[in-house]
Design a protein around this ligand. Structure first.
Ligand SMILES: Cc1cc2nc3c(=O)[nH]c(=O)nc-3n(C[C@H](O)[C@H](O)[C@H](O)COP(=O)(O)OP(=O)(O)OC[C@H]3O[C@@H](n4cnc5c(N)ncnc54)[C@H](O)[C@@H]3O)c2cc1C
Length: 405
């Protein structure tokens, strides 16, 4: 199942599929359900009505993806290059790989664009002096990849990578697999959950990790709370200030300037609808069907306060989820993948088990032929431009790996 209407909405929005969401209690929804001879029973929701007249009751995400024209299963058992993750690094690798003649498969479990796709405005990406939204960047990159014949799968999750002779076997959560000459891992990072009592129970019902721009219209004229003090939180606050009555930024530290770019701080200070509450953290959340209240705690005094709050957007850092890769892939203490020079020990030698005479190439993991690009790589820069650049560079190294002469 899609896990409720929120998952379906988020999936469609992030994949730039136009949709209209109707509350089941609305007259229009009731009319449509009656026409389709369906009840409004919660067990049968969400119902997705497609332009061709098809009716999907509680579809799975792969089913929804297929029906809106997104491919979900590989067309071939073998590729030159499989790219895992469709954020900027993965899209970069796929575009460069395919444009340089590699038969390329890109696998994205949620939506192309990755974290960048959730950015309301990217202002520091070269060539876009007026900035552009993450969604637009993702759509442009996806179009470019498609133009170069990258095969893009949406919704399959890669759950394993194992060397098999000269090939690298890439396995999916549904048990299927493909083999590739080389792999680029570009799985990025996932948001850290907010450690506050009761809050996670409202994920998708007032509590969102990331900007969830598709919710902006629902926040119109209301108070929005944004947790975090890095650039992503600043961008989100400015974005929601265009819709909400008031945006309250909850910042644990005493000064935004410690963690946010100066240009964003300056814009936040000039925005009368944004209030910055420093030395404040979220201690808990409560409500009924939807988030209704937050408990805010001072980080400097032993005091708490309960505020009415229906909308909370959380940006408190992220971590790579790389445990599925197994022990063959060397990682740092936080799970980021080690590559190239980072893999060499104090004696300058590759790690135990490295099977080749040569040292690992710059972006190569501890498994030869599997390269790493973007945020998931240890010591990476965590920017759109560097992710795209590493994707391109990984492809150059793939060529060197495939033809070392
Ligand atoms: C809200 C926000 C605003 C930002 N704004 C800016 C900005 O203005 N400028 C800037 O330079 N940077 C910005 N950043 C940072 C930038 O977006 C990231 O550095 C960049 O997206 C990293 O790209 P990536 O491809 O390495 O990883 P990600 O963007 O994290 O993409 C990784 C992708 O891999 C997929 N994936 C993960 N595991 C699997 C799996 N097992 N199988 C299949 N798919 C998988 C994920 O679903 C995801 O789509 C922002 C980040 C956020 C969150």
């Amino acid at each position: 199942m899609v896990g409720g209407h929120q998952a379906a909405k988020e999936f469609l929005a992030r994949n730039q599929v136009p949709y209209c969401h109707l509350d089941v209690r609305s007259e229009q929804a009731q009319r449509l359900l009656a026409t389709a001879r369906l009840s409004d029973d919660a067990d049968g929701l969400p119902v997705v009505l497609l332009p061709d007249g098809a009716v999907l009751v509680r579809p799975s995400l792969p089913e929804l993806a297929e029906r809106v024209g997104l491919s979900t299963s590989a067309g071939s058992p073998f590729y030159d290059l499989v790219v895992v993750g469709g954020g900027p690094a993965g899209l970069g690798a796929a575009v460069y790989g395919a444009s340089e003649g590699l038969r390329t498969l890109l696998v994205e479990r949620a939506a192309t664009g990755g974290q960048a796709g959730q950015s309301s405005r990217i202002e520091n990406y070269l060539g876009f002096p007026n900035g552009l939204s993450g969604a637009e960047l993702a759509q442009r990159a996806r179009d470019q990849a498609t133009r170069f014949d990258v095969e893009i799968l949406t919704t399959p999750e890669v759950t394993g990578i194992a060397p098999h002779g000269d090939g690298r076997v890439v396995s999916f959560a549904d048990g299927s697999e493909v083999t590739s000459h080389a792999v680029v891992l570009a799985t990025g990072v996932s948001y850290t959950r907010l450690p506050a009592e009761g809050v996670d129970a409202f994920a998708g019902r007032g509590v969102y990790y990331g900007a969830a721009a598709h919710e902006a219209v629902n926040c119109k004229g209301q108070d929005v709370y944004v947790v975090g003090a890095a650039n992503s939180a600043g961008q989100a606050a400015l974005f929601f200030a265009q819709h909400a009555a008031r945006v309250v930024m909850l910042v644990r530290g005493s000064d935004l300037r410690r963690s946010m770019s100066e240009y964003l701080v300056a814009r936040i200070e000039q925005e009368p609808r944004i209030e910055v509450r420093t030395c404040t953290e979220v201690a808990g959340g409560s409500g009924d069907e939807h988030l209704e209240r937050l408990v805010l705690r001072s980080t400097t005094a032993a005091s708490t306060e309960v505020v009415d709050a229906c909308w909370l957007f959380v940006f408190i850092g992220a971590s790579p989820r790389t445990d599925w890769l197994g022990d063959g892939f060397a990682r740092d203490d936080h799970g980021f993948l080690l590559t190239g020079p980072e893999l060499l020990g104090p004696d300058g030698r590759p790690p135990a088990g490295w099977p080749l005479e040569r040292d690992p190439y710059h972006l190569e993991s501890s498994v030869p032929g599997v390269f790493v690009a973007g945020d998931v790589r240890a010591a990476s820069v965590k920017r759109v431009a560097s992710a795209v650049g590493e994707g391109a560079m990984a492809v150059t190294l793939v060529h060197r790996y495939l033809d070392p002469s």
